[in-house]
Design a protein around this ligand. Sequence first.
Ligand code: ATP
Length: 434
Amino acid sequence: MVNRSDLVVIGISVGLALGLLLALLLFFAIKWFNDRSRLRRCANEQNGPTLPVHTAKRGVVIPDDSANTASPENAAVTQHQSRWNHHNKDLTVSASGIPRYHYKDIQKATQNFTTILGQGSFGPVYKAVMPNGGLAAAKVHASNSSQGDKEFHTEVSLLGRLHHRNLVNLIGYCVDKSHQMLIYEFMSNGNLENFLYGGEETRILSWEERLQIVLDISHGIEYLHEGAVPPVIHRDLKSANILLDHSMRAKVADFGLSKEMVLDRMTSGLKGTHGYMDPTYISTKKYTMKSDIYSFGVIILELITAIHPQQNLMEYINLASMSPDGIDEIVDQKLVGNASIEEVRLMAKIANRCVHKTPRKRPSIGEVTQFILKIKQGRSRGRRQDTMSSSFSVGDVEDLSRVISRIKDQHVELGLLAGVKEEDHQERNNTTAL
Ligand SMILES: Nc1ncnc2c1ncn2[C@@H]1O[C@H](COP(=O)(O)OP(=O)(O)OP(=O)(O)O)[C@@H](O)[C@H]1O
């Protein structure tokens, strides 16, 4: 017969065993939960570590730029994701943490390459809806690309380590049989070039927006030149490589790409785009950070004048530099009455320093950023209230229209003069990048 004290011992033992079992169960449950959330965190980080992300309905994570969840493009996102899931079980990740996709996945994401966003020298760029529901741009390398898979992987690893809010970040890639593709975050407002020269229907960029765009570009280049280890020289800065997100914030695209792939299209051995290339680089064949600064100066001048560098921008700038306030004469007419003259002149001053013919006299990107920040700070302190309209008297308006028509005549003359030169560059203009 079992006595009372034995019963107590048995009871305590069973209780302890049960307690231990429960503790073990709890321990494994917590561990499983933590592992799951860590994996989810990693996956989100790989989709753009520096991008602010937010969780949309039913837990779909969408990069901020494509956050217009109410848009028709994103309405099908959640549904789309469930169809993707079975495909991505074997999704691999490169050394730099960039997810690798299969060709058929990108084919699906781009709806069989239906929506073309643009055409670059590497090949076409398509709109895609990625497995996480976010929008993306798939840059397809032309099949005649001379770059082997190994080099492509190296390039992905290099690109994958560069992340900044003012760079168009790489969020995936694909190497599958003969296909090579780079997947970038989607920039819903396209490129800056289209905004400046897109014709009558294109929305006008305000001076405030242009100032912010210059600052954003400067931050992007600053990261490449001074933040990245080792530093990166862009080599092809131009308004077509500045992309704008849904709130018109600018990001630098096409950084860190080896242009070796387009070597066979080059006639001179130079890499870059006509109109943006540092003359010192053209003569010495040596590309430095100051060559990027030159191209950035050209972009700032485009934002001030809306004159394309391949339409004699620098000739206009040289003409304008003959008088102290010459820049007023070639300022984008859409800005007249809507911008502070003083700010425009200050901006032109920094741009002119950037395009200085002696590279050593050009500012560093850090200096450019500081200069632009000062202009912006002056504005927020409300120091510069004078607008282009308020600084012209009624009599001046007539002078201004005379000046504008003179400029138009010069435009035509310079156009004719440059006709021959343009023909020389025809081939390069067609391919855009050399
Ligand atoms: N991430 C993106 N989001 C939205 N549109 C894009 C994106 N990337 C490229 N595009 C569009 O596709 C066009 C072509 O891009 P791509 O970078 O291939 O060529 P490019 O910069 O114009 O020329 P090149 O390759 O000769 O430098 C861009 O001008 C832009 O309109």
